[in-house]
Design a protein around this ligand. Structure first.
Ligand code: G1P
Length: 291
C-alpha cells in the first residue's frame, strides 16, 4: 500500500470547552501562536502527505478561513514591514492541498469518517484527530505509515496511559506484558474497546488519535451500530477489521480536549519554544509562582 491522503475530523461540538467553543471550533483553540489544527495539518505534510481532507460541520467556517489566503492582511503586513509575521501567514496558505466536506448531523467520530469515503475511494489513508497534537522527532504519522506499508494492514498509534484514565480512550486488547519494550516493532491487536470501565479494560494501551486505514474501514462503518453515548463509534468499526496492528507512540501527545490538558500543552510547548524569549519568560514565571 501507499498512503498519500490524510483525513482530519474536526466536526465535534467541543462541549468541554463551552462557552469558548460556542462560536468558534475547538480545533481553532490556540496553542502558542497557532491553532491546534494547524499542528495537525503540519504533521501530515511533514509525513509527506499533500492531499488533506478536513471534515467540518456547522459553525466551523473559521477553519476554512484559516487555511485560505488573506490578501488584505498580507498587504498590511507587507506595508508595515512585518516580514516575519508575513512569512508565517503566507506559509499557511501553502500547506498542501486542503479539501473540506461537512458532516450533516453530529453522530460521532465513526459517522464523521464515513464522509471521507467519496474523497479517498479505494485508497488507504491516514486519519489524524483534529484536537490532538503529537510532537516527535519523526512525525507520528510517518512512523505509522512505514509500519502500515511494511505489513499492508490498518495500523494504529497506541500509548500506555495511567490505568485510572483508560475509560477516556479506546483501548487495545493485545497479548503484551506491561513491561514489554514495544519500541520499533508493530504488533497484532486482537480487539479494541471504546471507553471501558477500568475493570473491563484489556490493557492500558490507548488509541492516541493517529490511524492508518485501508478502505475496508468504510464497509466496517456501514456494518456498525451506534455505540457508547448513542454515537457511531469508530472503535466499534475497527473491531470488525480482519487484521489490525498497533505501534507504540514515541513523542509527546497533547489532547487539547479539556482545559487542563490544553493549558498543559501551552505550558510545555512554550518551554520548548526555541526563540530565546518565550521559554525564558515562562520558566521564570513558573519558578516565581512555585518558589
Ligand atoms: C476519541 C476516540 C478514542 C481515542 C481518543 C483519543 O475519543 O473515540 O478511541 O482513544 O479519541 O483522544 P474522544 O477523545 O473524542 O472522546
Amino acid at each position: 500500500m501507499e498512503v498519500t491522503k490524510a483525513v482530519i475530523p474536526a466536526a465535534g461540538f467541543g462541549t468541554r470547552f463551552l462557552p469558548v467553543t460556542k462560536a468558534q471550533p475547538k480545533e481553532m483553540m490556540p496553542v502558542l501562536d497557532k491553532p491546534t489544527i494547524q499542528y495537525v495539518v503540519e504533521e501530515a505534510i511533514a509525513a509527506g502527505i499533500e492531499d488533506i481532507l478536513i471534515i467540518t460541520g456547522r459553525g466551523k467556517q473559521a477553519i476554512e478561513r484559516h487555511f485560505d489566503k488573506s490578501y488584505e492582511l498580507e498587504e498590511a503586513l507587507e506595508a508595515a514591514g512585518k516580514t516575519d509575521r508575513l512569512n508565517r501567514v503566507e506559509e499557511i496558505a501553502d500547506l498542501g492541498d486542503i479539501h473540506y466536506v461537512r458532516q450533516k448531523e453530529r453522530e460521532g467520530l465513526g459517522d464523521a469518517v464515513r464522509y471521507a469515503e467519496k474523497h479517498v475511494g479505494e485508497n488507504p489513508f491516514a486519519l489524524l484527530l483534529g484536537d490532538t497534537i503529537i510532537e516527535s522527532d519523526t512525525p507520528c504519522t510517518q512512523t505509522l505509515i512505514e509500519h502500515a506499508e511494511a505489513h499492508d494492514v490498518s495500523t494504529l498509534s497506541l500509548e500506555r496511559v495511567p490505568w485510572a484514565q483508560v475509560s477516556s480512550y479506546g483501548v487495545a486488547d493485545a497479548d503484551i506484558d506491561d513491561d514489554t519494550d514495544l519500541t520499533d516493532e508493530s504488533f497484532p491487536v486482537s480487539d479494541f474497546i471504546e471507553k471501558p470501565a477500568r475493570e473491563d479494560a484489556p490493557s492500558n494501551l490507548a488509541i492516541t488519535g493517529r490511524y492508518i486505514f485501508t478502505a475496508e474501514i468504510f464497509d466496517a462503518l456501514d456494518a456498525t451500530e451506534k455505540g457508547v453515548g448513542g454515537e457511531l463509534q469508530l472503535t466499534d468499526a475497527i473491531r470488525k477489521l480482519t487484521d489490525i496492528r498497533g505501534v507504540e507512540l514515541t513523542g509527546d501527545r497533547y489532547d487539547i480536549g479539556t482545559i487542563p490538558s490544553w493549558l498543559r500543552a501551552n505550558i510545555e510547548m512554550s518551554l520548548q519554544y526555541d526563540d530565546g524569549e518565550m521559554n525564558a519568560a515562562v520558566e521564570e514565571f513558573l519558578q516565581e509562582r512555585f518558589r
